[in-house]
Design a protein around this ligand. Structure first.
Ligand code: HEM
Length: 262
């Protein structure tokens, strides 16, 4: 379901947040998937009906909210923090959760296939020793850095590496560059599944806004690798990837692969 949702975002990305955008049943379904509701029960049937009836995305989310108030759809939506949010803030957070947790993990999974295929010796090392999975997850996220940068606004004058920064300056924090810093990571352009300091990557950002879904993302990628290992499944790249033409999302639009066993 999440994958389908990913596709719908890809197609309609820009239109998604606009008033009047056509709502897709899949979007409401995705909320269920994200919130961990995989079984069909009275509430999720109701949520699906909302997807059918709602005329716009916002209308859909508003209706979901109303049902959630009544039926307590999920812990995340019924927490005390939620009670302190006005409707726009709630909708903003909901969209951030859905979008933030989508392209990022999806592209990390493609990176897993592409990167391990590029470095077959490392793939062999990982296949031979599944205890390297946790570290490999960090390494793949470092190597890919699915979100290349974030922006901050300086709150006070300062100096960094001889550069003067004035209060109010807007700064691009290139996480992708930090993750390939050769003074921190030896041979940074290579995937090294047992890299001792892979965890030092900055792909989840830094500070108060550091990715709230980091643990979930790590878990998802680890589970994928574990399940592949159980099945002795190998993903072979059979053509060059088409990349997302963007400086923010560092990802893949298309990656032709075939699956074999090892
Ligand atoms: C490999 C996967 C992921 C990567 C690389 C990633 C990366 C990031 C980055 C770089 C930021 C901004 C940090 C900053 O401003 O310094 C961020 C924020 C955020 N991420 Fe993720 N993310 C991933 C997965 C997820 C998942 C699975 C979720 C939720 C389901 C999620 C939800 C969020 C949210 C809600 C924020 C905003 C946090 C805030 O502003 O306080 N992310 N993420």
């Amino acid at each position: 379901m999440l994958l389908l949702f990913a596709r719908s975002i890809e197609k309609d990305g820009a239109a998604l947040c606009q008033e009047g955008a056509p709502i897709k049943l899949i979007i409401i379904d995705s909320i269920n998937a994200i919130l961990g509701r995989r079984s069909m029960n009275a509430e999720s049937v109701m949520v699906q009906q909302i997807g059918d009836e709602a005329k716009t995305l916002q209308d859909g989310f508003k209706r979901v909210l109303a049902v959630q108030r009544k039926y307590k759809i999920a812990v995340i939506l019924t927490s005390h923090v939620r009670a302190e949010m006005d409707q726009m803030e709630f909708l903003g957070n909901l969209i951030l959760l859905i979008v933030g947790g989508n392209d990022t993990t999806r592209n990390s999974m493609s990176a897993l296939a592409y990167g391990l295929d590029l470095f077959p010796d490392q793939r062999a090392k990982l296949e031979g020793d599944p205890s390297l999975i946790q570290n490999s997850v960090q390494e793949i996220i470092r190597w890919q850095t699915p979100l290349a940068h974030m922006r901050r606004t300086a709150t006070e004058d300062s100096e960094l590496e001889g550069q003067t920064i004035r209060a109010g300056d807007k700064l691009a924090l290139w996480y992708i560059s930090a993750n390939r810093d050769e003074s921190v990571f030896e041979d940074p352009d290579s995937i090294i599944v047992d890299r001792p300091n892979a965890r030092r990557h900055l792909a989840f950002g830094h500070g108060i806004h550091r990715c709230v879904g980091a643990r979930l993302a790590e878990m998802q990628i680890a589970i994928l690798l574990e399940e592949m290992a159980k099945r002795r499944m190998r993903v072979n790249v059979v053509g060059e990837p088409t990349r997302v033409a963007a400086c923010f999302v560092h990802g893949y639009r298309k990656l032709p692969v075939e699956i074999t066993k090892y």
